[in-house]
Design a protein around this ligand. Structure first.
Ligand SMILES: *Cc1c(COP(=O)(O)O)cnc(C)c1O
Length: 430
């Protein structure tokens, strides 16, 4: 069995669990910081300074945003609460990218009030933004290359995608903006999700550099930056390897010289808005085994469910599982690892070979640092788990408490539920 390592020992984890009951997501701060520095370093050639605007949706916790800000990242937001999170974490003005779609007026207003870089998704959003918030001096437009670019499995074919301007529309968009007094411009596209092939991002840069040149030639507009979007994948499976950021960077730098510098279009800043690759590999969902059940198949039932990590149930995504204290065992058994939701695809693994598991074992599900807790939900009365930060000195900090039934009932105007929830909570403290 191929293994992936965890940044704690079984004893350490038992101590953490004694203080914070399972299930919870645990994030490795040191690893997040080291990775953020490597990312920035890989693109240090970029004129005006490379920046990754962390996609807040991947891990919307202000403590994490604060750490990433310290490591030089901005925030990519697409809703009002995400803007509020970025603001609260001290991310300011043009450190915030607002890449939304089907956007309500109130969200545009907030983004403009914060001085964020607004990234428009459609031609009709230009008059809409002008009417509701006024046009800021800097605007970015989201390009959908349609048939010019093949999408990948998760995000699908660009032609079918709901995002962005067509090629004709985007040229018309910049013309309209220029006419209406906008003076600074960016260009964005995002055509991949969880993509492990580095060349894919180099091709995306090539597409944007060519379009930047065309915009300069046809409209006399010099772009200030291109935003390659997010979508860098991570090795969920133990036999996969991480995307080589240096290779992406070197490929883009070569194209920059050919297509931008050689045409006198530099400086053109290059930025990204990755989420998954920034925090994904450094989060772990920790759960306890409740039951072992043998029917037509063997089921290992955890105290976590699909409500804590939706990706396996939703996309059939692979997440590696380590059984603490049983790492490295060569003999194993085939099992399905499930949660308690009344939903048959509530499974973290199907037909997975794992060491023999007993009730009470601690199980660690890997790569939950992005689109993990964030995708959680309350269906079936399931409560969202806590989030913990494993600090560089080995201590652990609670950065989001677990929900209680009171949180679940909080939006109901029904006092009896509140009293019952409080009474139950009091009894469980006795
Ligand atoms: C989801 C999303 C991202 C982040 O994607 P990752 O796969 O987490 O890197 C970035 N930009 C936009 C517009 C998105 O929708």
């Amino acid at each position: 069995m191929m293994e992936k390592s965890v940044p704690f020992t079984e004893e350490q984890l038992e101590r953490i669990v004694a203080q914070f009951p399972t299930p919870f997501h645990l994030y490795d701060e040191g690893a997040i910081r080291r990775n953020a520095r490597r990312f920035r370093e890989a693109f240090s050639w970029v004129p005006g300074g490379f920046a990754n605007f962390f996609a807040v949706k991947a891990l919307p916790n202000p403590h994490i945003l604060g750490i990433l800000k310290e490591e030089g990242m901005g925030a990519d937001c697409s809703s009002l609460p995400e803007l509020l999170l970025a603001e609260a974490a001290g991310i300011r003005g043009e450190e915030i990218m607002f890449t939304s779609n089907d956007t309500p007026a109130v969200e545009f207003k907030k983004a403009v009030a914060l001085g964020a870089i607004v990234n428009l998704d459609d031609l009709t959003h230009i008059p809409f933004l002008e009417e509701h918030a006024g046009l800021p001096e800097l605007l970015c437009l989201r390009y959908n290359p349609g048939p010019l670019k093949k999408g990948n499995a998760i995000i699908g074919n660009p032609q079918e995608s709901k995002y962005g301007f067509t090629r004709e529309q985007i040229l018309e968009g910049y013309r309209m903006l220029k006419e209406r007094g906008v003076r600074r411009f960016g260009l964005h596209t995002m055509v991949a999700s969880n993509e492990l092939n580095p060349d894919y991002f180099v091709e995306t840069a090539s597409l944007l550099f060519d379009l930047a040149a065309e915009i300069a030639e046809r409209l006399g507009i010099r772009l200030e930056f291109v935003n390659l979007g997010g979508g860098i994948g991570i090795p969920y499976r133990p036999e996969q390897s991480a995307v080589d950021l240096e290779r992406i960077s070197a490929g883009i730098e070569r194209l920059y010289r050919e297509k931008i510098a050689a045409r006198g279009l530099d400086p053109l800043r290059v930025v990204m808005e990755c989420g998954r690759v920034v925090t994904g590999p450094y989060g772990y969902l920790v759960a306890r085994v409740l039951h072992r059940k043998e029917t037509y198949k063997r089921f290992i039932g955890l105290d976590a469910s699909m409500a804590n990590l939706m990706r396996p149930g939703m996309y059939g995504a692979y997440h590696h599982i380590t059984v603490m204290g049983k790492e490295g065992r060569t003999e194993g058994e085939l099992c399905d690892v499930t949660g308690s939701l009344c939903e048959n695809n509530d499974r973290f693994a199907i037909d997975r070979m794992l060491p023999q598991i007993s009730p009470g074992d601690l199980v660690v599900i890997h790569d939950t640092g992005a689109h993990g807790h964030a995708m959680g939900f309350n269906y079936n009365g399931k409560l969202r788990s806590a989030e913990l930060l494993l600090r560089e000195d080995g201590s652990v900090r609670l950065i989001r408490r677990a929900e209680t039934p009171l949180d679940y009932f909080a939006t109901l105007d029904y006092p009896r539920l509140r009293e019952d929830a409080l009474a139950t909570a009091a009894r469980s403290q006795e």
